[in-house]
Design a protein around this ligand. Structure first.
Ligand code: URA
Length: 234
């Protein structure tokens, strides 16, 4: 996103997590904000790209291009709005929400790794079948999975209302009702439909990796963090 000239109160509301325009104006009035080393009490002052803005002595960085991982909790949706469920966007700073979109949605009843970015090209590289990033899921099943069914899923299975069978997948059985599955495509409800195709049922589904990006073990449900530069190059 290109940096642009904007009022100081707007700049703060856009770039400080959980800051509204009113909170920004209050902080400015109280003298908590400095621009280029000088305290600034003028909310209407225009901030140019490159200006050094500090709140409580901490630098405020323009939203710019964001790359985030979030641990999606159960029952949250990956759309901006839903009348029945909370949205993962509500877990992110309000001023960022309009700029962000999700690279590979999860169902409301799936938990785990969601990548969120302002960078449309990057998001496309992750989700496009041509780039075929592996998405790895931890799956809990209602019924034990036979070796024969595990092989069927590995080799490709026909899904209802789909022309082509699924692409080869990696499946590791942990015990008869738990497995790890990595797929390189993202058909609608794909994992649940794959297990339904062999007469089983997914009771819990958790995504823990996309390409080389792994969900942090210590990131609590609902928490997020920025990706490192090396993670972004996945
Ligand atoms: N496959 C599913 O069935 N659901 C998800 O949320 C992700 C993959």
């Amino acid at each position: 996103m290109k940096a642009e000239r904007q009022r100081l109160d707007k700049f703060l509301a856009n770039n400080v997590a959980d800051f509204s325009r009113a909170l920004a104006q209050r902080a400015i009035r109280r003298g908590w904000v400095a621009v280029n080393g000088e305290p600034c009490r003028d909310a209407a002052r225009h901030i140019e790209p490159g200006d050094d803005v500090r709140l409580d002595d901490q630098p405020v960085v323009a939203v710019g291009t964001r790359y985030l991982m979030l641990n999606k909790p159960l029952d949250y949706v990956c759309t901006q709005k839903d009348s029945h469920h909370p949205s993962v966007f509500e877990l992110l700073p309000e001023s960022w929400r309009d700029h962000l979109h999700i690279a590979g949605r999860l169902d409301a009843d799936t938990t785990g790794l969601v990548l969120i970015t302002t960078d449309g090209d990057w998001s496309h590289r992750i989700t496009s079948p041509n780039h075929a990033k592996a998405k790895r899921y931890h799956v809990t099943l209602a019924e034990p999975l036979s070796d024969a069914d595990a092989d069927t899923l590995r080799n490709g299975v026909e899904l209802r209302n789909e022309k082509n069978a699924t692409r080869p997948a990696e499946l590791i059985l942990i015990d008869p009702t738990h497995c790890q599955l990595a797929i390189r495509e993202g058909k609608y409800h794909q994992v649940r439909r794959m297990f339904a195709a062999v007469g089983n049922k997914v009771v819990e589904l958790h995504r823990d990796a996309i390409g080389s990006i792994q969900l942090d073990a210590g990131l609590a449900p609902g928490a997020w963090r920025e990706l490192s530069v090396s993670e972004r190059t996945l």
